[in-house]
Design a protein around this ligand. Sequence first.
Ligand code: FAD
Length: 401
Amino acid sequence: MNNGTWRNWAGTESCRPEAIVKAESVEQISEIVADATRRGVTVRPVGSGHSFAPLVPTDGIVLDLSAVSGIESLNHSSAQATVRAGTKIADLGEPLWDEGLCLRNQGAIDAQTIAGAISTSTHGSGLGLKLLSGEVVGAKVVTSSGEVEMIGFNDPRLPALRASMGMLGVIVSLDIQLEPKFKLRETLEFRPLTEVLERWDELTHNHRHFSFVHGQQYDMSASLPPLPETSKPTLVRIFDEVDPDTDYDGSPAHRTDRPYRIYPDQYTPPWEEVEPFVPYNTALDAIQSCLHVLERFPDTFPLEVRTAAGDDAWLSPTGGDAAVSLNTVRTWGNDNRAFFRAMEEALDPFPGRPHWGKQPYLRTADFYRSVYPFWDDFIQLRRQMDPSGTFLNAPLRRLFD
Ligand SMILES: Cc1cc2nc3c(=O)[nH]c(=O)nc-3n(C[C@H](O)[C@H](O)[C@H](O)COP(=O)(O)OP(=O)(O)OC[C@H]3O[C@@H](n4cnc5c(N)ncnc54)[C@H](O)[C@@H]3O)c2cc1C
């Protein structure tokens, strides 16, 4: 137990809770949650604290799940694994590879816990690949009474749990759909933006992963090809699947390696970030709208554009269909609200559904209700599973009570 201050990775969110408790077992989690519910105290689960949104801060208990980690079991015939909630994505790659298996996709870092990542709908790139939460086939959850419940594949609550930001209970383990191991061949190239947009459908459909970053180059650790002579280069990132026996190649910007070594990059805080998703078929117009906003705010870092398949999560930012995410980053410390508001206004017509972990300022319940058809169903289920509101902090209570 620690009575100090909790801060997120970026240092942009903090709180001084009653206690920060590092959970070590399911029994201990049940006792803590049941006791908090009896006392009317809030419990907010936390993974690696890599969200930019005010999801964790509370004056109650911050429940750190990072020690509840490791692969609990593997089923080779279904290519599924039961993974403890606090397992870092970085700690899954090698043990799964040794068993002939891989996560189907990952984001740009691997420091997140598996439960934290799925709870905010974390994603990588790839039109044929769902958000990480879409690969969840079951979960074990401690509810606000302290009871342990299994939520299986056919349980009607599973689509609600997929992106629930810790509001339906403390996830203690997740059953994850994997796939047989494969390798990735990376292509990092600077190309003219006009070419990328003209070939958009071909590029997004013909590669397992396609994304691009447009603007001044930012602080990432990948080895890049020489920068072209333009103030706004466009870096294309393609990862194609190849046979797992393909030889390792460490050539900068053209590596061939195991996927868990290709996906993650390294970034340095602090910054604030927003990432709305728009329907795939509106992407080219939405990208132009973002670029107009970036012209008005030239000190913004580059625009990163990725694709994702639709999924059935009630609060999925994909809205259930193929989608495109538009990520922008501002250095922390400036007055960023004007920029974030301009992005919201530019993307509302499409509509833009924000990534749950990347909203420094949450929007209104009316807005969310207008873009999530299952918004009220989620609130109804949340009230059933947590009638005392144990898992609501102040910003979430404003939206979900
Ligand atoms: C440098 C950087 C790069 C990033 N890159 C990407 C990217 O490429 N793609 C992308 O989609 N996102 C990305 N993100 C966002 C990040 O993936 C999400 O914010 C993710 O939720 C972080 O995981 P975490 O373990 O830190 O979760 P936390 O931030 O600790 O928690 C996130 C949410 O999950 C809940 N939660 C955590 N553990 C549990 C549990 N056991 N049970 C129930 N609820 C729980 C918390 O209450 C909270 O609501 C990035 C963030 C950073 C800082």
